[in-house]
Design a protein around this ligand. Structure first.
Ligand code: PMP
Length: 295
């Protein structure tokens, strides 16, 4: 149960210029995100009422939109103001803010993109309260992952709202009694269903190199920067499930899990089956540094 439900407070969301109670925020059935998954999104976490790595998320939003021939709905500082206003209106302390921009709702269903002059984008932001996000007990036990084939489309670097396969992957993991799934293509791990994947061997951090095969995680960029600053060795290259199973430790990163240790891959325990020192240390460094820079 989230905080709003517990307190009976109605969540306030943002829709196309208005702040509304969630029940009153309505989007057309002709919206292209509904009909064609024609939209992109971002997730920014909030700790202590402040936004974590907002600039990184705004920059990726602009890039995702550009790759789909869409414009930024407004300048970055206006987006920041909406994020802050939603934090204030919902008294959000810890949680996430979701931002979705779609190609809007033209009069008829049509594969051809509508003219942006006559079909305005749909812009939605909403909060999700997650007390204990930073103090997540899963970070102390570590999570268990399974592997599944990566059958997503070829532009995973664009953060689109096509989340059906990641959702199916989470369900497959749940069915197997695990926490998440790592996606494998041509024998190599691409990333997690909603996170980037890493292994650690002999003190070296190994994670897939950036390309259109994976989402360019904002958390990934920050974590690798902090790891380099801490003189840790990094290798950006693909790895196999077998290599992961023989690794000393593993972890994932995302805006909502930060750095989360992985202790089991397809049934094989890593090390002693508890979170490793590199993942644990990186989680501490990451949280400490991003909190200092939060806006
Ligand atoms: N890969 C995928 C497929 C994701 O969905 C996400 C999270 N949205 C990530 C990686 C991690 O990105 P970030 O660190 O920006 O949350």
């Amino acid at each position: 149960m989230n905080e709003e439900m517990e307190t009976g407070m109605t969540r306030t969301v943002y829709l196309n210029g208005d702040y509304l109670p969630e029940e009153e925020a309505k989007v057309s059935i002709f919206d292209r995100a509904f009909l064609m998954a024609d939209g992109v999104y971002e997730v920014t976490s909030v700790l202590g009422g402040k936004l974590i790595d907002f600039d990184g998320h705004a920059a990726r939003l602009e890039r995702s939109l550009k790759e789909l021939d869409m414009e930024m709905p407004m300048p970055v500082d206006a987006l920041l103001e909406i994020h802050r206003e939603l934090v204030r209106l919902n008294a959000l302390d810890e949680g996430m803010i979701y931002l979705q921009v779609t190609r809007g709702a033209p009069g008829d269903r049509d594969f051809v993109f509508p003219d942006p002059e006559t079909t305005p984008q749909t812009v939605v932001l909403f909060t999700q309260s997650k007390p204990g996000l930073a103090d997540n007990p899963a970070a102390k036990r570590g999570i268990r992952v399974i592997s599944i084939p990566d059958i997503r489309w070829g532009r995973r670097d664009i953060k689109t709202v096509q989340l059906l396969y990641p959702s199916m992957g989470k369900m497959a993991a749940k069915k197997a009694g695990c926490d998440d799934a790592w996606l494998v293509e041509d024998g190599l791990v691409t990333e997690g269903t909603s996170n980037n994947a890493y292994i650690v061997k002999g003190g070296r951090i190994i994670t897939r190199n950036l390309s259109s095969d994976i989402l360019h995680g904002i958390t990934r960029a920050a974590v690798l920067r902090f790891a380099r600053e801490a003189q840790m060795e990094i290798e950006e290259r693909p790895f196999t499930i077998e290599e992961a199973q023989g690794a000393d430790e593993a972890f994932i990163t995302s805006a909502s899990t930060f750095v989360m240790p992985v202790v089991e891959v397809d049934g094989a325990k890593l090390g002693d089956g508890t979170p490793g020192p590199v993942a644990t240390r990186l989680r501490e460094i990451y949280l400490e540094e991003v909190k200092k820079a939060a806006v």
